[in-house]
Every structure is written in structure tokens, then in C-alpha cells.
Ligand binder design. Sequence first.
Ligand code: ATP
Length: 317
Amino acid sequence: MKTGGNGISIAAPAKVNLFLDILGKRADGYHDLRSLVVPISLADELVLENREEGIDVWCQGEGLPAGSHDVLPEPAHNLAARAALLLREATAFPGGVSIHIRKYIPVGGGLGGGSADAAATLVGLNRLWKTGLPVERLMELGARLGSDIPAMVYGRAVCMEGRGERVSPVACRWPAGTAWWLVIVNPGFSVATRDVYARFRTGLTSSEETFRNAAFALERGDVGLASFSLHNSLEATVFAKYPLLKIVADKLKAAGALGVLLSGSGASVFAMAAGLDQALAIEEKVRRDAGPWLWARVAQVLPDGVMVAHGPLEARV
Ligand code: ATP
């Protein structure tokens, strides 16, 4: 995050769910889940500028999958604008803000792009407006807009439970020099999360042991064990509706990935690689196979996050 006199620029990292278990349906219609969520180096870039009144948002696609520009949200529906409104109401701040978003995260891609923008807006504006809310309060505000937002406000590797409102840190003690590299592939269409949950039938929960292995792997930075413990309860439902995604997953496996998983509710699929060189080789292979139109990106898992006070992305904005 970089603060100038009248503005602030901030990176809004996407996330992947290394583990996503749906535990059951609640009386309020939502599902109870348990998920290990990590920020990644694929990020939108936001610039927040003070203005006397009003909340404006500009959202521009940068390197998004072909044909996806028309899925960018209308300004009034943009989660970043809604987050700004919510913070202003909660703090009675008298001013306004202009929000400029350069989107790199595919929309409706299961990578939490909209949630990332909302989380970055809450964190960034709290700093710019000097409204001084503690992070727990920002997470509460975020929970009103979307299930993934509290975890993304927290901005580090977390375990997310309930509807997403219960967020606990995963203490990552990775040996020096450890890095996890991913290849993310997006098919160029979006998947509506609500539709996936409506189709989902319980019965595909994972074992406690898989969860423990996944959490242990994340704590220790063990990419082999993490790849082996990948789980997403929604994957079968989404692959049944969109067989192309299963084909993409199989291609990533055949290209040498250690493990492959649907990201969140899709439509992106990610592969875990043994290192950067392997990630680049996998990316090249799937591109060669599918054609240059394919949206594929190599990204790094950022267990310590980037948005709040430190991290490798900070230098980019
Ligand atoms: P989710 O699982 O929360 O639906 P996702 O990663 O699958 O997340 P997003 O890219 O967050 O998908 O988009 C989901 C919806 O949110 C889309 O319908 C989109 O129009 C809307 N949306 C609102 N604001 C934004 C934003 N700033 N960036 C992207 N999408 C946004």
C-alpha cells in the first residue's frame, strides 16, 4: 500500500482455496463450510483518491480472458463502491472517494476478485480516511457484502468457517526459500457461485485427515503434501455442468502438475507445481495444446499476505 497526499494505491490479491469442504446446509439457506484460503500474487490494482463528496468507481479490464470485458460490474454494483459506502456509513466520514480499479483477476473465476477489491477498499480507505477501525471491525463490515471478504481483509493464510465469517490465522512457518508456484487457467466464461450452491448436494465432504494434512502442509510449506491433500466439495458439481473444466484439469495433470483443483466455485482451475520452472513448463504445455487464446497465468502463493503492511506485491503499486 502506498499513500500519497490525496490518495492511496493498493494491491488486491486474488485467493485460492487449497481445501474447501461443505459441511451442510443451514436454516438460513447458506452452507456451512470449512476452507483453507491463501492470497496469491495475481492481483487487481486499486487507486483510491479523496474527493469532497460522492463515491465513484472506474473499473478497467487489463489482460482479462478474451471477451470478458462485458462482465465487468456496473459501477453501482461494484463491490468496491459498496464497501466504500459501508465504511462511510459505519464511521460517518463526511467525504467521498474516487476508486480506480485495474482488473487482472478474471471475473466470476472463483478467485475472489470482487471480494479482493472490496477488502482492499476497506483496508485502504480506513487508512486514507484515517477512520481507525480495527481489522476485526473491517472484517465484520466485509462479511455483510460477501462470504470471502473477511478472510481477504485479514489478508493472510486462514482457515475460514461458518459462512466465512469465522476466520482464524494459519501460522505458516515455511523454511527459508520455500515458494509455492501455481498455474491458473480460466476458460473465459464465468460461473455464478449461487448457481453452484443451488446444484450442490451434500455427501461429498472430505475426511478429517485430509483437512489435517492440508493444514499441516500449509503450516510447514510442504508443497507435496499440500498437492496431495487438495480438496474442493464443489468440484464434482461444477465439472458435471462444465465438462470443459474437467478436460482442462486433466490436461494440467498430464502436463506434470503435482495436484490440480477447481478454484472456489470455478470457473478457474489451478495446478500446483514443484517449482517456478515446472510451473512455466506446465503453462507453456497447456497453451501449446489449447491455443494462444488460453488465459493461463503463473502465480505464487503468498502465505503472509500483501495488503496490510508488507509483502512482495507492495513494490508493484
Ligand atoms: P464469488 O465466489 O464471490 O462469486 P468469484 O471469484 O467467482 O467470486 P468475482 O470475480 O468476485 O467472482 O465476481 C462475482 C460477481 O461479483 C460478478 O457477478 C461481478 O459482476 C460482481 N462484482 C462486483 N464487484 C466486482 C469487482 N470489483 N470485481 C469483479 N466482480 C465484481
